[in-house]
Design a protein around this ligand. Structure first.
Ligand code: ZN
Length: 372
């Protein structure tokens, strides 16, 4: 079978590899599920792995098969799999509990304190940019066939769901928390999914991005789901509170770290700021009003939390939000799937789009490996 792989740490090494087709017996205890891949999303993480920034090959290989955002159909199951049958649509989670930390041992590998991650398509495990994969049934989540065509959005949505779950867990400290207003900083694919998930929870949502509103599809999508959109080129987050009031919750996913200090000053009392951007650079913020921010956090009982990766429960929460959104705003999620690349052999096309997201105005780029 065909797969798209990179030589980790070697820039622009994406290439096609030929591999043996896996079978359910590759996973022990009869728990293996063989899945035929239908769609695989391609995102900034795949781009960064292909530019050589990070990525680790599995033991015994000099290459790493890419791909973590996935949707497939069950082809065959092991003798001890009762929850799936051939024909079911599934999405696989990404991180595996192979580390030594206590969090790995209790199945909370998204909170691992180990430096070595085991993540399919990213670190030490092959990913889903392949025609087939086999996985333990414990790491697969079923997708109703009615929403299979948007199922490839579940993995990026799981990141948002984990952030929101952490926020609600933390806010239990308040006994009563009735948040009304949220801001989402950065309305790329993850940001738009955050806007959606917050709208599904009944928040008044304000999306922010760098681009001007006119002719910007991401802004149009914010408004189509009942959120506002403002360009930070015109209004800073801190200034925006004059118009929209302070925010009970802010979800940050711009990739531009100095904005977090602005966000801290836009939080309502008892509010929470969720940070979800991976910023690998060495940017420093100056002119940070540290006394003011510190005072606001202390006197206003404000909270700040970082979030990465997701666990099975967050994928399950995401399935519900996808289904609810599709019922309330039919077709909205499908509009996020802007760029389709047909066939894994055309991987160069996908990387061309990922290299130039501004030029292509891509929200979600994905491979159609096989028709749904
Ligand atoms: Zn991704």
């Amino acid at each position: 079978m065909k797969a798209v792989a990179v030589i980790p740490k070697q820039p622009n090494s994406a290439h096609l590899v030929e591999m043996d087709k896996p079978n359910p017996g590759d996973v022990g205890c009869g728990r293996g599920v063989m899945v035929g891949v239908l769609r695989v999303g391609a995102c900034g993480t795949d781009h960064e792995i292909n530019t050589g920034e990070y990525g680790v090959a599995p033991k015994g290989y000099d290459y790493l098969v890419l791909g973590h955002e996935n949707l497939g159909r069950v082809v065959a199951v092991g003798e001890n799999v009762t929850e799936f049958e051939p024909g079911n649509y599934v999405v696989a989670t990404v991180r595996r509990p192979r580390g030594t930390s206590v969090y790995d041992k209790i199945g909370e590998q998204d909170f691992t304190t180990d430096d070595k991650y085991y993540e399919r398509g990213i670190s030490r495990l092959h990913g889903y940019m392949a025609e087939y994969y086999v996985e333990n049934a414990d790491f697969l989540v079923q997708i109703p066939s009615a929403i299979a065509d948007i199922g490839v959005l579940l993995e990026p949505l799981s990141i948002v769901e984990k952030g929101l779950k952490q926020a609600s867990d933390i806010q239990e400290r308040l006994k009563i928390w009735r948040p009304k207003t949220a801001a989402v900083l950065g309305v790329g694919s993850v940001g738009l999914l955050a806007v959606m998930a917050l709208r599904m929870r009944g928040y008044t949502v304000h999306g922010f991005g760098l681009d001007h509103r006119e002719g910007y599809l991401n802004a149009e999508l914010c408004e189509a789901i009942g959120a506002t959109y403002d360009s930070t080129a015109e209004t800073s987050i801190a200034q925006s509170t004059e118009k929209y009031g302070p925010y009970d919750l802010i979800f940050e996913c711009t990739g531009y770290s100095p904005i977090i200090f602005d966000a801290m000053q836009a939080l309502n009392e008892n509010g929470i700021l969720i940070l979800a951007s991976v910023t690998g650079g060495d940017r420093k913020a100056d002119q940070v009003p540290s006394d003011k921010i510190n005072q606001m956090f202390v006197l206003g009982n404000r909270a700040l939390v970082g979030t990465v990766n997701a666990n099975r429960e967050h994928f399950e929460m995401g399935v519900k939000d996808l289904a609810l959104c599709e019922a309330m705003h039919p077709g909205w999620l499908g509009r996020m799937l802007t760029h389709k690349v047909v066939g894994l052999e055309n991987f160069a096309e996908a990387f061309e789009i990922l290299n130039n997201t501004g030029k292509y105005k891509a929200i979600k780029t994905y491979f159609e490996v096989k028709k749904i």
